[in-house]
Ligand binder design. Structure first.
Ligand code: SF4
Length: 384
């Protein structure tokens, strides 16, 4: 019986199996998950079928605490909003609210505070890894966006914030299950996307387990040597092996090979890249999502229009389907590759460990909202 059990880290099935002596059956567990995730509430007082004895036992064994939002910023150039969260141990991480057409929200969530992998084009990698996030800390990012933007439904989640999701595999899969569950956040499995830079054993495990979420490999170069210079993890898992794993995944799923491409002028926009992609995925349907690099340190630049067009033509000639994606919020460091907690000092903050004297009791109490720490949060600027 661990007081460390967080109710928002549980699916109905996992909760029902946790404490046999409590006899929380699946029905009751569904109502509890529905209360703390679906309804986004912290109290269990009037959950139907929950006896006083059960309630007291849950009070002693479990918690339903919250993260603290310590900063939120709306972009001035587009309708993206970035949240900065602080956990009880002082660790900080970020989330981006993405506006979709129709209108809806998608949420770009972090799976780790910081990241250990150090990709050359990504500011998060400079932070290093502080720690993995727990499932409830991922779920809470989505619930916060839903709570603060009720004028639109949240219909999509992308694991593309801080961290490499497949280095925190179990928590990411558990969080996705809770987000998808009809008692949880009720987000369609096909609207949840997990993006990896290529943790090969986990791609294979994910394929074998048959999850319904979309898997996307951030490839960024089809050449092993070049890729290893951009994504250090590539030294361990070479391009050919990753391509084979993604082919197997797509064949098992019956869909296209989903790839992401951070587009950098003079680096990975040549016809040779398109030809190599054609070779790696010959006979497969490929969907390549191309995002311009965002490098606040100015080492990498997005391609100019002529270079971009030539790359697109080469992709088409080699049978590679592609879509150019917009990654917004660059002015607030919310765009892809820019999440580095700049508003609290970025790398310097993370290296101080727990955020120094700023770390602390963000998460308190049993079934209590920690929420107010005395901080006055700025109102969101209206979205255009
Ligand atoms: S691109 Fe992803 S895996 Fe690479 S450093 Fe950034 S967050 Fe980590």
């Amino acid at each position: 019986m661990s007081p460390g059990v967080h109710l928002r880290s549980q699916t109905p099935t996992s909760l029902a199996a946790l404490w046999p002596d409590l006899r929380l059956d699946e029905h009751l567990s569904r109502r509890i998950v529905s209360r703390v995730v679906g309804e986004d509430r912290d109290d269990l007082e009037d959950v139907r079928g929950l006896s006083r004895r059960m309630l007291e036992a849950l009070g002693a064994r479990a918690r339903a605490t919250r993260l603290q939002v310590i900063d939120r910023r709306a972009s001035r150039i587009d309708p993206f909003v970035k949240y900065l969260f602080r956990a009880a141990d002082g660790r900080v991480f970020e989330t981006v609210r993405i506006p979709l057409e129709r209108p809806r929200w998608s949420v770009c969530v972090s799976s780790q505070a910081g990241c250990a992998l150090g990709c050359a084009f990504c500011e998060t990698g400079r932070l290093g890894l502080a720690r993995d996030l727990e499932p409830w800390e991922i779920v809470e990012q989505v619930l916060t966006v839903r709570r603060e933007g009720p004028e639109r439904p949240v219909t999509g989640v992308v694991f593309q914030g801080q961290g490499e999701p497949f280095q925190n595999y179990d928590s990411v899969i558990r969080a996705a299950e809770i987000l998808r569950d009809p008692c949880g956040a009720r987000i369609g499995g096909d609207r949840i996307t997990i993006s990896t830079v290529g943790v090969l054993p986990m791609i294979e495990r994910y394929t074998a387990e048959g999850h319904p979420y979309r898997l996307i490999l951030s490839l960024t170069s089809a050449f092993q040597e070049k890729r290893a210079g951009l994504v250090p993890l590539a030294r361990r898992y070479p391009v050919d092996a990753l391509a084979a794993a993604m082919r197997r995944h797509a064949q098992r799923r019956g869909g296209p090979v989903n790839l992401a491409w951070v587009s950098m002028a003079g680096v990975n926009t040549g016809a040779d890249e398109a030809r190599e992609l054609g070779r790696l995925f010959a006979g497969m349907k490929v969907r390549l999502s191309i995002i311009d690099v965002n490098d606040p340190r100015g080492r990498f630049h997005p391609p100019a229009e002529a270079e971009r067009k030539a790359f697109f033509s080469a992709l088409a000639e080699n049978g590679i389907g592609f879509v150019r994606r917009y990654s917004g919020g660059a002015d607030i460091h919310a765009a892809c590759g820019m999440l580095a907690c700049q508003s609290v000092g970025g790398v310097a903050f993370q290296r101080r460990g727990r955020g120094g004297e700023n770390g602390g009791d963000a998460e308190t109490g049993i079934f209590a909202v920690s929420a107010s720490s005395g901080l006055t949060l700025p109102p969101l600027r209206p979205l255009r």
